[in-house]
Design a protein around this ligand. Structure first.
Ligand code: MG
Length: 214
C-alpha cells in the first residue's frame, strides 16, 4: 500500500534564513499510511505530523458509499413525490423521513472521512426512478435498496479488515447495526402492503398509520 503525502508547503511565516533543510522525510513503511513529515526552518526545527488513517482505496470506497446514501435519499424522495401525487400523504411522509435518514448517513460518512484526514469528493447522483406501477412496487424497491446497501457495508467491512484498519471497522459497525433496523422496517412495510393487496380501505388505514412516523 502506498502512503500519501498531503502535508502543507507553507508553515507559518517565511523562515528567517532559508529552508535548506526543509526536505520532507517520508516514512512510508508505517502501517496504515501514517506519514511523518519533518520540517526544518528558521533557527528552530519543528516536527510536523500529518496523519492520514485512510488508504487511498478506503477513502475512495467511503466516498462511494457517501454517494450511495445520497442516491438512496434521492430515490426515497422521488417515491415520496410519487405518493404525494397519488394523495397518499402518510406513505409520502414515511419516505420523506427515510430520505432524511439517508442524508444523515451521508453526513456521518462525510464527517468520518474528514476526521481520518481524508478528503470528501462528491460524485454525480443520477436521476432516480420517477414512477411506479403500484405501492407494492415501491415497497419492493425500498426493501431491495436496503438489502443491497447492507451488502455494500459487508464488503466495506471485509476491506477494512483486510487492511487492518480498526478505526474504519469500528465506524462501520454502527452502519451494520443500523442496516438491520433499515432492512427490518422495509420488510415490515412490504409485508403490510402485501397484506393490504387491492383493499382500498385498508390502504388508507395504513396510510394514516405511516403519517405518524417520527
Ligand atoms: Mg442509509
Amino acid at each position: 500500500m502506498k502512503a500519501r503525502y498531503s502535508g502543507r508547503e507553507e508553515v507559518g511565516q517565511e523562515p528567517t534564513y532559508g529552508r535548506s533543510l526543509s526536505n520532507i522525510f517520508r516514512f512510508s513503511n508505517l502501517s496504515n499510511n501514517m506519514l511523518i513529515c519533518l520540517y526544518y526552518y528558521s533557527h528552530n526545527y519543528r516536527l510536523e505530523i500529518k496523519m492520514s488513517l485512510l488508504s487511498t482505496k478506503m477513502e475512495e470506497l467511503l466516498n462511494k458509499q457517501l454517494n450511495q446514501e445520497l442516491r438512496n435519499a434521492y430515490l426515497y424522495l422521488s417515491m415520496a413525490s410519487y405518493l404525494d401525487n397519488l394523495g397518499l400523504r402518510g406513505f409520502a411522509h414515511y419516505f420523506k423521513v427515510q430520505a432524511k435518514e439517508e442524508l444523515g448517513h451521508a453526513m456521518k460518512i462525510y464527517g468520518f472521512i474528514n476526521d481520518l484526514g481524508g478528503r470528501v469528493v462528491l460524485q454525480d447522483i443520477p436521476k432516480p426512478k420517477e414512477s411506479w406501477g403500484s405501492v407494492l412496487e415501491i415497497a419492493e424497491d425500498f426493501y431491495k435498496a436496503e438489502v443491497e446497501n447492507t451488502w455494500r457495508f459487508y464488503e466495506l467491512m471485509d476491506r477494512a479488515r483486510e487492511e487492518g484498519n480498526k478505526s474504519v471497522e469500528s465506524f462501520l459497525k454502527w452502519f451494520i447495526d443500523e442496516q438491520v433496523e433499515e432492512v427490518s422496517s422495509a420488510s415490515d412495510l412490504l409485508a403490510k402492503v402485501r397484506m393490504v393487496g387491492e383493499q382500498k380501505h385498508a390502504l388508507l388505514m395504513l396510510d394514516s398509520k405511516l403519517a405518524e412516523r417520527k
